[in-house]
Design a protein. Sequence first.
Length: 343
Amino acid sequence: MNLSWQQFLMSHGAILTEAGVQSFGDVAAEHLALREHTILCDLSQFGTLRVSGEEAQSFLNNMLSSDVANLAIGQAQYSSFNSAKGRVLATMVVARDDLGFVLTLPQSLVAAMHKKLSMFVFRSKVKLVDVTEQQVRLGLAGTHAAEVLQRQFGNAPLTPMTVVTADNISVTCLAENRFQLEMAADQAPLIWLALAATVKPVASASWDWLAIRAGVPVVLPATQEAYVLQMINLDLIGGVSFKKGCYPGQEIVARMHYLGKLKRRMYLAHIESELPPQAGDELFSAEMDGQASGTIVNASAAPTGGYDVLAVLQIASRDTQSIHLASLTGPVLAFQSLPYSLP
């Protein structure tokens, strides 16, 4: 986290950990706001790679799973960068503006993905820069989020996966009433104060919970190379194109789509557990004879208690068995409906 931004947040009541803002001192009030009102989050758990240059678009289209070739200025899409074996190394939001492309992905993966992508640049007219420390990312979500943005900036992207940029501030609409803002670090304090005057600042993890409820996976270090992208439903949220040319892992992804029978999918569930579930935690069902039947992709405390999780499971186990966290005697997953349909 940018040091001056960290000091600003602390001066306004933020309790910080390595994972970001833990709270602003009143967890119950923050949970209430998350359920019923409009909230503001620091998103320092994410970082930013900026990709520019004459060949930036073709370069990214050859590297990522989504159709970057047809991504217009003012649009965004979910995407992934995969290994040659088709395993997801990173999930991200790709947005295009007048200067090029912005990749937003977990801060814990930024340095490694910067290095890996840079290895493919060669002599291409592409500039790939890690701007994580120079930028601040904020999340705004809730019933009145769009109104707040329009009042503050005079404009807001209202269609999901569209971007509005003005005065060096980028606003991406990820879903109805859920917006990601990005700006230079020296702009952030004034923007934060203006927004916080009418909405409730809450923990960074609140944003993670919203993503879980939206069924949007975030691959973390503990789950790198654990999944083919269809297992985490990226094909259902616009994160892959089956019509474009080659990219790392494309053959495996395409074979799974056209010829294979997918045996695992990602589901939304609630867990009542004394210990917080973690990305990569194993899940068990009786029919697997001691072998794990799945893993936790993402987990976050639910504002009404317990934890909400995204979990990749054997489809057969999900349909027929009770699924337990950590062991066959562990807490049971209570499955809930995703906001999109599974095939």
